[in-house]
Each structure stands twice: as C-alpha cells, then as structure tokens.
Design a protein around this ligand. Structure first.
Ligand code: BEZ
Length: 388
C-alpha cells in the first residue's frame, strides 16, 4: 500500500514536472495582426488592436502559458493587396494565429489563405457572409458578426416602426451589399418594401447625387451601411441636405459607432441596431469599459469589444491545450463549444463558428449609442453554404 502510494506520487510529480517543462519550452505565441492602419477604417483597426491587447494584459501578458509576440501588417482595406499581405504573416513570419480584419473584401482573401495553409484565423470585424458560409473551415472563427445579422436586425426594427417604403444606400462591396440583403429580408418579411437600392464605390464619399435621389423619391425611411470615416461624412451630409428632418435614417450600428464625436448634432436621435451598445449595465461591461478607458484614455466601441473577444476566444482555446497549438482539433473544439463571457452579453458560436448573439436597438444620445431594447434575441447567422 505504502509502496504503491510512493510510486503513484513519484509518477504524478514526474508527469506534472514534464508538463511544466514542456510549457516552459514553448516559444512565444506568434500573433499576426492584419488590420487597417490607414484609410477610412484606420480608427477601427486601432480599436480592435487595443481591445485584443487589453485582454492579453488581463491574462498577465500570456495566453495558454505562452508570452505573445506580435507581427503587424497594415492591410489598407485594399483587397487587391490582401493575398500578398496575409502571406507576409503566414509565409514570412510563420505566425501561429492571424487576427484580422475590418474590410470584408480583404477578409475573404485572408480566409482563402488561412484555409489553404491551415493557419488559425480569428476575424474580429469583417462580416463577409461567405467566411462562415461557403468558405468556412474548422480553423476560421469570427468574434464579430456576419453582414446578414445587423442588416436583418435593423430590418426588424424598421418594419416594427411601421415604415412601408424604404430606400437603401451603401458602398458597393460585400459588406454593403450583404447588409442591405439582410435588411431587405427582414423589412419585407415585416410588411415593408424596398423601393430602391443605391450604392457608390468603396470608399467613396460623393453622396450628393444619391441624396438628391432620396429627396426626390421621398421614402418612409432610409437604411444605410457605412462605417468609419465614410459614416461620419454620410451622416453629416444627410443632415446638411435637410433630409434628417423629413426622412428617418436608420442603419446597422456601424453608422454611429466610434464616430459620434465627429458626427456631433447630425447624429443625435439616429436609431441603429447592433450587437453592442454603450450603456449595457452589467458588471462585466462596466469593468470592460472602465479598464479600457483607463488603459487607452478613450471609451471603447464595438470594434474594441470585438478585438477583446477575439483574444478571449483564443485564450479559451489555448488554455485547453496548455498552449500547444499543434493540438489543432482540441484547440478548435474548445473554441467552438465555448460560451464567451463578453461585455456585450454571453454568446456562443454557431457550428459555422460565427457568434449567435442578441442584437440591440440603440438611439444616439450625446456621445453614446444608448440601448433602448432588444431587436432580435440570440440571432444566429443561417450559415448558408458551409459544409464543415
Ligand atoms: C466589413 O467590411 O465587413 C465591415 C466594415 C466596417 C464595419 C462593418 C463591416
């Protein structure tokens, strides 16, 4: 009895110290941040990085017991450079995981490269439906949304307000077109009709002819998808054209997120739908907002949140394999089945690895997107076309 106990203890100590030894041997985890640092989405990329790093710092600078080494590429929100840019991280820097990006067109190229190389990719914003649809792969995750989701949620809100005739306006690229599709699906299901879709090339801001067309058509409501610098200009131009007084403007929440100081009076009262809002009064969100503000001297927005949750998802996966990224199946399984304790509210991932989450109705008050209700609870992307 005594002998077997001694043997067991010795074996346990040996096993423990070999795990500790193996962990001590693991090199820093190479994290590739591919985000826009220039152009209309530059501020969005910056907030994602700040959010990601906040969670890493909360973990003592280590995930799964490994220190983090960052590699950065400015993707310029330029799809034509995306494959070359992502291959700098995959082939030159040999990163363990890529976190990126904001622009759907760039993210589609990143997803192709991640699928081909088997590199873990966590998308902290870009909503391109195909990423968790036909282009899905076990190593591709999203901490944000699919474009369909906020579009659909805003369509529910607009139909619920009794609007019947809508016009839509956006940039002509995957995010704009897919968000409009989601809006149209819900708005028409709710009894409305989209009478005209309008677009301009990304990242153009020549809104004037389109605003003239809106004034001529006089719809009950206008739905817009713009973000970053383009959203600032659009909201101000809509107001300056005198339309804000006569034709209600709604949008997926990117229209007013991270933009309110620059939009000023022109944004006041705008209604949007999104998976985050500034005043979610839970201890989890309050702690996140306070820590973020102290660390960055600025309030977080939805992009900071999505970066933070990308790090949370990675942390959960790495903890399950004690930092050993060669255990891919276990790593991905842990990430996929996790419940993420997000400041937005707890969420899970769909089988296609996209967040299933609540979408809030928000109203702009001062410099805040104030949550006034829930547009759709636990909205799951349909994941159309994903063959896991
Ligand atoms: C996108 O390209 O997917 C996107 C960009 C900014 C905000 C939301 C979505």
């Amino acid at each position: 009895m005594r002998l077997s106990h001694t043997l067991f203890t010795a074996a346990a100590i040996a096993a423990l110290s070999s795990t500790a030894f193996a962990q001590a041997q693991l090199p820093p985890l190479k994290v590739g941040l591919m985000l826009p640092a220039t152009g209309t989405f530059a501020a969005l990329g910056d907030m994602i990085e700040r959010g990601f790093k906040l969670h890493v710092e909360e973990q003592g600078g280590k995930l799964g017991g490994r220190t983090i080494q960052y590699f950065k590429v400015d993707d310029e929100s330029e799809p034509s450079k995306a494959t070359d840019n992502v291959n700098k991280l995959i082939k030159r820097d040999n990163v363990d995981v890529i976190v990126g990006t904001v622009h759907s067109g760039v993210a589609l190229a990143m997803a192709r490269a991640a699928k081909d190389s088997g590199t873990l990719l966590i998308v902290p914003n870009a909503g391109a439906d195909a990423i968790t649809g036909p282009q899905c792969a076990p190593n591709i995750f999203r901490s944000s949304f699919s474009n369909w989701q906020p579009g659909y949620a805003t369509g529910v809100v607009a139909a619920g307000k009794g609007y019947k005739r809508a016009m839509t306006i956006t940039w002509n690229y995957a995010a704009g077109n897919e968000t409009v599709k989601g809006f149209t699906e819900a708005f028409e299901k709710g009894g409305g009709k989209v009478i005209k879709d309008m677009s301009l090339p990304f990242p153009g801001v020549e809104f004037q002819p389109l605003l003239t067309e809106i004034a001529a058509q006089k719809p009950d409501v206008v739905f817009a998808f713009f973000a970053g610098g383009g959203a600032v200009k659009f909201v101000k131009d809509y107001d300056a054209a005198g339309l804000k007084k006569s034709i209600p403007l709604v949008g997926s929440g990117f229209l007013t997120d991270g933009t309110l100081e620059a939009q000023g009076a022109s944004a006041q009262g705008l209604i949007t739908a999104l998976h985050y809002g500034d005043n979610i009064e839970t201890p989890r969100n309050t702690a996140f907002r306070n820590k973020f503000a102290v660390a960055n001297k600025v309030n977080p927005d939805v992009y900071a949140l999505q970066g933070y949750d990308a790090a949370q998802m990675l942390a959960i996966g790495l903890a399950s394999v004690k930092g050993d990224t060669s255990k891919k199946d276990a790593l991905y399984a842990a990430m996929n089945k996790a419940q993420i304790d997000s400041p937005r509210g707890k969420f899970t991932l769909s089988p296609q690895r996209n967040p299933t989450q609540d979408f809030y109705v928000r109203e702009v008050k001062g410099n805040y997107n104030v949550v006034t209700g829930v547009a759709v609870k636990a909205l799951a992307d349909p994941g159309r076309g994903c063959k896991p």
